[in-house]
Design a protein around this ligand. Structure first.
Ligand code: NAP
Length: 560
């Protein structure tokens, strides 16, 4: 088997910012250390003592008063990676400090040491009451994870053909959940060494840090094995369950949790939604040089967790029912979570093209997202992008910088009515983009993977072939509401009806079911923009406060 290492390690196109050690491993000043003492216990530990190990959940925070701590990850060969020596004023922890996910790092004393140990309860209080320390810890946690994502050795190996749908799905899942990984790409399925009981090759196999192979795992199995799945509590009633972790859902979680609501976010894959697949959002307020959807989602997730929101991933919501005055959501895997209120933020999913042989090339050259991951697969080649909306425009501009040429294919005679002006100007100015108007892709061909597409001119019926191994289909999306049928009223196209005569109360985001609200792209008549999705997610929280005050006055507002 010939191995080709792809993924973050060798990717030149990446959304990961350059690592900044001073931000990842800052020192607390004496005043800060004094304030932290109130939240923890002083402990004396001897050289070599293990403080916590990779894979443990709910690890404590340790601050070095004297002596030192070594932080490190372990790879599949048991070797210690990236050891970091921490001295007085430095502290342990990483992104998992903000959630109940398994730690990616181990820590042990580098010498006899005096430490402050802060448990999770103490940490929660610390993060709430000491804003400057909270920000320092949060910033360090985020930078430490970014360091890992950039290196990937301490993460998992995904073995299989790099363009295979299941390999890509697992990579997307790991990327969306900020989990370091690397693809060990094999040339053909037949050459794969991991086999099922019938000796058939398994695609993909995921090798965990302890060398355990997971053969074609489901996302939930993988999430559980990596300690990414935080189990929702079934013994309590949440104030708010947000379904969907795109921009609108994460905004609802940030505002809900920061305003004292006991908040759970339920997500089928990982944070980001459709915006998470955007290579660069350039007109989102406050980011003059643009921000990738992935980074925006990552930051929003950390922000929600900082305020105490819980996030459960790899479990889809499959139904809602009333239980006395509570609302209960059934999740895949047999879980049921209950809440006083629900925000539906499940967004929409990509439309497919009606063209000859289309289904045969699904996962063999057809893409629905244009992120660094897809771009790496088509570097230096010609690609085709279909669609005249902003998603297609963004993809075309992004891919033009990486690929040899971009063919942008639209049905209308211009982009004028469907795309933002700034993208139209970029497309016009680019020598690397050819716009094909009045054109439809009518046929796809290739012996195994996609090799060429046929365009048909709508007016003349003339056809022409374009050689390309990568087709980006960006033709809009349909709402993710199948799970809501018979629960809330939907419009003709399946979007959730809210407000006015449709809502249980006369507010903009109320659905027909009491206590259930909808925001973002899934909502009928919503403006499909990241900024408006974020706006809706934050505004709905004031409706929820009013609803809870009127309907559940006895709830324990200090429980978050
Ligand atoms: P969209 O705006 O709905 O555009 C869909 C495009 O796909 C249209 O040009 C449509 O062409 C075309 N299309 C639909 N079915 C097709 C088919 N069968 N064959 C060929 N073309 C087809 O979708 P979107 O671009 O995904 O954007 C969704 C929403 O998100 C929009 O409101 C957009 O503004 C927003 N968005 C915003 C940003 C941003 O804030 N910068 C970025 C991305 C997306 P016809 O006109 O011929 O039907």
């Amino acid at each position: 088997m010939r191995d080709i290492f792809l993924g973050n390690k060798e990717a030149k196109v990446t959304n990961i910012p350059r690592f900044q050690p001073e931000l990842a491993f800052p020192k607390l000043n004496e005043g800060m250390i004094d304030r932290i003492r109130r939240f923890g216990e002083i402990e004396y530990r001897t050289k070599g003592e293990r403080l916590f190990s990779q894979g443990e959940r709910d690890t404590d925070l340790f601050v070095v008063l004297s002596g030192s701590i070594e932080l490190f990850a372990t790879d599949q060969g048991g070797e210690r990676l990236y050891p970091v020596h921490m001295e007085q004023g430095q502290f342990t922890g990483e992104l998992d400090l903000l959630s109940s996910r398994s730690a990616l790092l181990s820590a042990e004393c580098g010498s006899d040491s005096l430490l402050i140990r802060v448990n999770r309860e103490g940490l929660r209080m610390l993060m709430r009451s000491e804003a400057d320390i909270a920000n320092l810890i949060m910033q360090a946690s985020m930078w430490r994870r970014l360091q890992f994502l950039g290196k990937t050795d301490g993460g998992v190996l995904v073995i299989g053909p790099s363009r295979h749908a299941d390999v890509m799905q697992i990579c997307r899942f790991l990327t969306q959940n900020s989990y370091p990984h690397r693809v060990v790409a094999s040339e053909s399925i037949e050459s794969l060494q991991y086999r099922d009981k019938g000796e058939h090759p398994v695609v993909p196999t995921v090798i965990l840090a302890d060398r355990q192979p997971l053969k074609a795992p489901s996302l939930l199995t993988l999430a559980e094995a990596l300690g990414l799945a935080e189990e929702p509590r079934q013994d309590i009633v949440y104030d708010l369950v947000v379904v969907g972790a795109g921009p609108s859902g994460l905004a609802a979680a940030v505002y809900g949790a920061s305003e004292g609501l006991r908040t759970l976010v339920v997500e089928g894959i990982g944070p980001g939604g459709q915006a998470g697949t955007s290579s660069r959002i350039e007109n989102y307020l406050g980011f003059p040089t643009g921000i990738s959807g992935e980074e925006l989602a990552y930051r929003a997730q950390v922000q929600a967790q900082k305020f105490g929101a819980k996030l459960t991933i790899a479990r889809d919501a499959i139904g809602v029912r009333k239980r006395n005055n509570d609302l209960c959501i059934t999740l895949t895997g047999g879980f049921e979570v209950c809440a006083h209120s629900i925000v539906i933020a499940t967004g929409a999913s990509y439309r497919k093209l009606d063209a000859e042989n289309y289904a045969a090339f699904e996962n063999r050259g057809i893409h629905y997202a244009a992120t660094a991951m897809e771009a790496n697969l088509c570097r230096g080649t010609a690609v085709a992008v279909i669609g005249g909306g902003n998603s297609a425009g963004q993809a075309a501009v992004f891919l033009a910088g990486i690929t040899k040429h971009v063919h942008l294919i639209v049905r209308r005679d211009s982009l004028r009515d469907t795309m933002s002006e700034y993208l139209i100007s970029r497309i016009r100015a680019s020598d690397s983009i050819t716009l094909h108007t009045c054109s439809e892709v009518t046929r796809l061909d290739g012996t195994h993977d996609l090799e060429d597409i046929t365009l048909t001119n709508k007016n003349t019926q003339e056809t022409r072939r374009i050689l390309t191994r990568n087709l980006f289909v960006m033709i809009g999306a349909d709402p993710n509401t199948a799970w809501l049928r018979d629960c809330v009223d939907l419009d003709r196209k399946g979007f959730v009806l809210t407000g006015g005569e449709h809502g249980f109360e006369p507010t903009r985001y109320a659905t027909s079911m009491k206590g259930v609200y909808a925001v973002g792209d899934v909502r009928s008549d919503s403006v499909k923009r990241v900024a408006s999705a974020v706006g809706e997610g934050s505004v709905v929280i004031s409706d929820i406060h009013r609803f809870l005050a009127a309907e559940v006055p006895e709830r324990d507002a200090t429980a978050n």
